[in-house]
Design a protein around this ligand. Structure first.
Ligand code: ADP
Length: 816
């Protein structure tokens, strides 16, 4: 038996006999480690067979064959369950441990290949063949590799907390690549399979190369670990320092008899929570958060998150409410005082208040939705309802919202999280029952961040909104006392689930007379007051010109802006001490507002070939659109420009197909369509347009261009066209007619099926226009292209249904 470690006998290569003959040795299987040659290690032996192998070896050659098991769990491994390459070990001291295991000190000598197992009982004996490291002459490359590995190993030893400095000393003294690689390998933190691979790599240089790669990897990991460690250390040091300082400060303050500011804050918050009349569940929540806050240093980041949260709970109204004034006559007076016209809307609201008075619960399920172009008084009417009922009024715009979190808030785990817009607005309202206006619900979008309209529905729906959930707040909030009013420019984009719940009140465009009245009664006095002007009048004709030449809108927003514009200029004149006018006259408008921006009356100076006026319907109300067609020699192509949507492009195709199919009736039978290029353009080119209702206009412009007959410049038209030339009804008729009237046009060509929609157009507007109802395209052409001499309908003479609007109007209203 070899006593203790005999460092004198190193390097072991020199003492290992160099014979490579197979021999038989007692075999010790290892469960989860690999013993490398040249390396000393203690082994814990527990299995009986293994103990007997150790005894046999100590009684004999002092040598053991050590092989690692492929599966560490196997108790009695067979030859297949051992790796083929192992290590010959010299046995040192054997210790009996208190737990009945035995510890054996061994020293690896050289690699062995297991040829076969000769016996398995009472212990395993293996027939093994030594695998000797080739001892080559030192070369420059082996020297360089050894140095590189040593340098890396030194760095690893320095950074690692698990490798002792002795390991580096030993590695420094290893003068052979094989020896060095085995020493380093045994000190690295490697998986058993990686260790076994190194053991099986018999070529020392190749082994050293593999080691250098593993070392570099280990170094990377260690460097990263050390960086993280030092950062953590710094942070801990800083917070410990702060903690000590703060504790000292607290002690000093107590000594000086000053109150602890933290404790004072907590006490104040506690008092506010008690006074806030929160629902029980919410109060419990607030107190729980307060307890958490009390236990942490007041400048911890977490503390400010909790403080903001408690502030939110405190700032939201939980119990404060106003008492409703359900006096219908009072409400009527308020609405009358604040608004001109809007009779239908006002009536509907008075009914609403009346029913609320008589059957408070039945009204809960209504959500009013004011629909109409901008500037038609939706917001101001909302405010007046609040005034009439004696409630507070708040408003939030939903335009462009795509993220559910905007409505419902972000969870508190987000940095900078806040409640959603609904609760933010409730905080502003400061009462639980405000009139709450949600503007632009037609502009709410949907995308991957969830569906805001679903969250919106939950807020609005009387069935669910008594416990509205906000991600930030986490506790339920009761919205059931709120009177929600939504607004939209058009109904179509609102998701059907939401639209179903809305009670729509229409806000139509104003006529010129209504605008003048609104300006005289509300806009001018308000602007005069805001600008500190006393004696300034806007005569009716001035307002009329401002409406016609400087604004082109459904509502009165721009009109109000222009009035403010003039007031500002006059205020300046007065402030400068110069004589100021008392009346704003038509002729001085261009001095204040610049040259007229819109040409009222005629869109063009003369009738034009290939230019027809259509009517469109947009969010801003109705509008006129020009359709231009030009024909040039070419190859039969159709070019469409002006950002036309798919449906509009298709209706241009339909208009062209109609023209081609009716060449003879139109009087262009000799035209070869394959020899011309047709260009249809709809200005303004930068604004996207869509819809089928320009079909009639396109066909008219097309026929005009092909026959060289000009289109009457005071005629506007709308209608969808089929390939056979039938004219189909279109939407938004009221707003379209209002647009024609605003533009000062005289005649409007409409589909017969839209006739009933005229009932919604104010009588004054109808009196000013001449309506022509058509079923077929051949009825359009004589009106649109009056100078066309050879107009023949497919069945002979054209069948126009010209009706003077005044006569027609009366018949219609009676028919309603
Ligand atoms: P909307 O909400 O429909 O866009 P607003 O309510 O903001 O329109 O109205 C724009 C401006 O026009 C406001 O200053 C408002 O006072 C005024 N206004 C609109 N319609 C009327 C009306 N019928 N009577 C009095 N003022 C009106």
């Amino acid at each position: 038996m070899v006593d203790d470690w005999d460092l004198e006998s190193f390097p072991p290569d020199l003492v290992v006999e160099q014979s490579a003959e197979a021999k038989e040795l007692p075999l010790l299987p290892l469960r989860d480690m690999v013993l490398f040659p040249h390396v000393a290690a203690p082994l814990y032996v527990g299995r009986d067979r293994s103990l007997r192998a150790v005894e046999a070896a100590t009684g004999g050659s002092q040598r053991l064959a050590i092989f690692t098991q492929r599966d560490p769990e196997v108790e009695l491994p067979s030859v297949d369950e051992l790796f083929d390459v192992g290590t010959e070990a010299l046995i040192g001291r054997v210790w009996r441990m208190p737990d009945q295991t035995t510890s054996v000190a061994v020293q690896g000598r050289r690699r062995l290949r297991l040829l076969k197992v000769v016996q398995t009982e009472p212990y395993i004996v293996g027939r093994v063949l030594p695998l000797l490291d080739t001892v080559e002459e030192p070369s420059i490359s082996s020297e360089a590799l050894m140095r590189a590995v040593l340098t890396l190993f030194e760095k690893v030893v320095r950074l690692s907390r698990n490798i002792s400095d002795d390991a580096y000393v030993m590695a420094m003294n290893a003068n052979h690549p094989g020896w060095l690689s085995d020493l380093v390998a045994s000190n690295l933190n490697l998986e058993v399979l990686e260790q076994q691979e190194l053991l099986e790599t018999v070529d020392p240089l190749l082994r050293l190369e593999k080691i250098s790669v593993l070392l570099a990897k280990e170094l990377d990991v260690l460097e990263m670990e050390s960086r993280i460690h030092s950062q953590v250390q710094q942070a801990v040091d800083k917070s410990q320092r702060e903690f000590f300082l703060r504790e000292q400060m607290r002690v000093i303050q107590t000594e000086l008899g000053e109150a602890d500011p933290g404790a004072q804050e907590i006490a104040e918050l506690q008092a506010r929570i008690e006074e806030a009349h929160m629902p029980e569940e919410v109060q419990e929540r607030a107190e729980k958060e307060l307890t958490r806050l009390a236990t942490m240093p007041s400048i911890a980041p977490e503390a400010s998150v909790i403080r903001t949260y408690i502030d939110w709970l405190l700032d939201l109204p939980w119990a404060e409410s106003t008492e409703d004034n359900l006096d219908v006559r009072h409400a009527e007076q308020v609405l009358k005082k604040n608004h001109y016209g809007l009779e239908k809307a006002k009536e509907r609201i008075l009914e609403y208040i009346a029913v609320r008075k008589l059957a408070p619960e039945s009204m809960r399920s209504t959500i009013l939705c004011f629909v109409g172009p901008p500037g038609t008084g939706k917001t101001t009417l909302g405010k007046s309802i609040a005034e009439a009922l004696g409630r507070s009024f708040v408003r939030v715009s939903l335009g462009g919202i795509r993220d559910e979190a905007e409505i419902r808030g972000h969870r508190r785990t987000y940095v900078g999280a806040l409640p959603g817009r609904i609760l933010q607005t409730m905080r502003r309202a400061a009462t639980i029952n405000p009139v709450f206006m949600l503007d632009e619900i037609d502009k709410v979008g949907t995308d991957f961040r969830g569906d805001p309209s679903a969250a919106l529905l939950e807020a609005l729906d009387p069935e669910q909104n008594s416990s509205f959930s906000d991600h930030y707040l986490e506790v339920a909030y009761d919205l059931s006392k709120v009177l929600f009013i939504t607004t939209a420019n058009i109904l179509e984009p609102i998701p059907p689930a939401l639209r179903d719940r809305l009670e729509v009140i229409d806000f139509p465009s104003y006529t010129e007379e209504e605008k003048i009245e609104i300006a005289k009664r509300f806009l001018v006095p308000r602007q005069l007051e805001q600008h500190g002007l006393k004696q300034l009048s806007f005569p009716k004709t001035t307002l009329q010109h401002m409406i016609r030449d400087y604004t082109y809108e459904a509502g009165v927003r721009n009109l109000e802006r222009e009035i403010a514009n003039i007031c500002r200029k006059i205020a300046r004149v007065i402030a400068e001490g110069k004589p100021a006018p008392r009346h704003i006259l038509v002729r001085s408008l261009s001095k204040y507002l610049g040259p007229p921006r819109f040409l009222y009356g005629q869109l063009e100076e003369t009738d034009q070939v290939g230019l027809a006026t259509g009517l469109s319907w947009t969010e801003a109300g109705g509008d006129t659109i020009a359709v231009e067609v030009s024909i040039v020699p070419g190859k039969g192509s159709l070019l469409l420009t002006g950002q036309l949507g798919d449906v509009m492009q298709e209706s241009a195709q339909a208009a062209l197909s109609y023209t081609r199919a009716h060449q003879r009736e139109i009087g262009i039978e000799r035209l070869d369509f394959d020899k011309v290029d047709i260009h249809i353009h709809v200005p303004e080119g930068g604004i996207p347009k869509d819809g089928p209702s320009a079909g009639v206009t396109m066909a008219s412009a097309l026929v005009s261009a092909l026959t060289h007959n000009p289109v009457a410049r005071d005629v506007a038209m709308t209608g969808e066209i089929t390939l056979r030339g039938r004219i189909l009804p279109v939407g938004g008729l009221r707003e379209k007619v209002m647009a024609a009237y605003r533009a000062g046009l005289k005649t409007v060509i409409l589909p017969v099926k839209n006739k009933s929609d005229l009932a919604e157009v104010p009588r004054k507007v109808k009196r000013k226009l001449h309506f022509v109802f058509v079923e077929q395209m051949d009825e359009v052409l004589p009106v649109a292209l009056p100078s066309r001499d050879k107009v023949k309908g497919p069945r002979g003479a054209p069948r126009t249904k010209n009706v003077r609007s005044e006569d027609n109007h009366d018949q219609q209203t009676e028919a309603q």
